[in-house]
Structure formats: C-alpha cells, structure tokens
Design a protein around this ligand. Structure first.
Ligand code: NI
Ligand code: MN
Length: 225
C-alpha cells in the first residue's frame, strides 16, 4: 500500500486500486503551505470527526473529485448541507466497500462541526483487504478498546497521533501499539500547533526502545507500507 502524507492527520492510502483520502486539512496548515490542495486526487474521503483540523478541505475536495465521503452520520449530514453529493454515512459498525472491509471504531475524543453543530461520535477506521490491514485511530487518547482490534485483523501498520495535548502522546502511543499488536507505526497529529510540537529523535527513540518502528513522514512524502 502506498501512503502519502499531506501534514497533520491528512494522508492518502492507495489500496485495491482506490485512493483513500483521510481528514483533509491543508488550507490553514502553515506547515502544508507547499501542498497544492487542487492536485490531491481521491476516490473516497474518510473523516474521523468534525473538527476543523480534519475537515477544512473536505467540501472543496469532495466537490472537485466527486469522491464519496465516508464518515459518521452527523458529519455526512453537515457535508450534504455544504453541497457534497456522494456520501456514505456510518455509525460504529462495518461495511464492505470495493476497496475492502471497513470497520468504523470508536475514539475517545469529541466532535463538533466548524459551524458548532453536533458532529456525532469521533472514530477511527480499520481497513482490511487482500493487500493487508491497517488502522487509523483518529484523534484519541489511549483506550482499552484498542485491544479488540487484533481480534479482527493482524495489522500491517497503524496510523496514530503522537503529539499529545489533544490526543495520545508518544508514551501512550507505545502502549497503544502493544494493545494493537503492531510494530509499524506512522505518527500523525504532531508539530502543527504549539501544543503538539515534538522532538522527533527522542520520540522515535521511545518507540525503538519498545521494539517498534515509528515513521514520522515528511509532508508530500510517499512511503510504501
Ligand atoms: Ni479533534
Ligand atoms: Mn485534531
């Protein structure tokens, strides 16, 4: 699977011939100012929750690409009110898409739309197909529910926040990796704001000490996972 990073928690995973775009936030992210929003392609846009740092470019990219938006029912309602037409509302549960089986799983966080309307419950996405399995936790603290994931799938990689303050920090993310039984971690939700600036080398060392590999992708970087 091909992973391309666009800053904060925004990335594309290419799998099963489809481009899955997660949590588009480029406009307003000073670190992603070299990313051309209009060059990003997507077949699906998956939204973990309604906060501005996860939905900033959702409407414009959905309208331009015609991608289908997959998110909590309430997030989808909001997107439809902004004129997005192709949507797939979910709540915690699973559905078989043409790119594989998707499970929308809970996250411990909050969710409101940029206009203040209710964003439903925040979540994360587990995706399983014959190329492999991966899990994006969304914004969350460490939670015992993560221990359920290995019952569903053996993960090839996990994408999770490591910036702290609003989400897990590196210490909790190391425990999360243990819960998830996955040794390859892509860190997201770091450096964007003052509260979540991290020391890259120290953070990687923390994961290495636990026998894990932490990848802190560079913006616009593509990695084969
Ligand atoms: Ni959030
Ligand atoms: Mn966030």
């Amino acid at each position: 699977m091909k992973f391309t990073y666009y800053g904060h928690s925004c990335f594309v995973v290419e799998t099963a011939g489809k481009k899955l775009l997660f949590d588009p936030f480029i406009t307003g992210n000073e670190l992603a100012k070299d990313v051309d929003v209009n060059s990003i392609e997507a077949d699906y846009i998956l939204i973990s929750h309604g906060h501005g740092d996860h939905v900033a470019d959702l409407v414009s990219i959905a309208k331009r690409t015609g991608a289908t938006v997959i998110a909590a029912f309430e997030v989808v309602n909001w997107a439809q009110q902004q004129g997005v037409e192709k949507v797939h509302p979910m709540n915690f549960g699973s559905y078989k898409f043409d790119f594989g089986m998707l499970k929308f799983l809970p996250a411990w966080h909050s969710s409101a739309m940029p206009d203040g309307s209710y964003g439903g419950n925040p979540g994360g996405f587990l995706i399983m197909n014959n190329e492999g399995n991966f899990y994006y936790t969304g914004d969350t603290c460490l939670m015992m529910d993560m221990q359920l994931v290995p019952r569903y799938a053996k993960l090839d990689f996990v994408i999770m926040p490591v910036g702290g303050n609003f989400t897990m920090d590196a210490g909790d993310a190391v425990i999360a990796a243990e819960f998830l039984q996955c040794k390859k971690i892509v860190g997201v939700h770091f450096d964007t704001f003052g509260y979540i600036k991290i020391d890259h080398e120290a953070t990687k060392a923390q994961f290495k000490a636990a026998g894990n590999e932490l990848i802190l992708p560079k913006i616009k970087e593509t990695i084969n996972l």
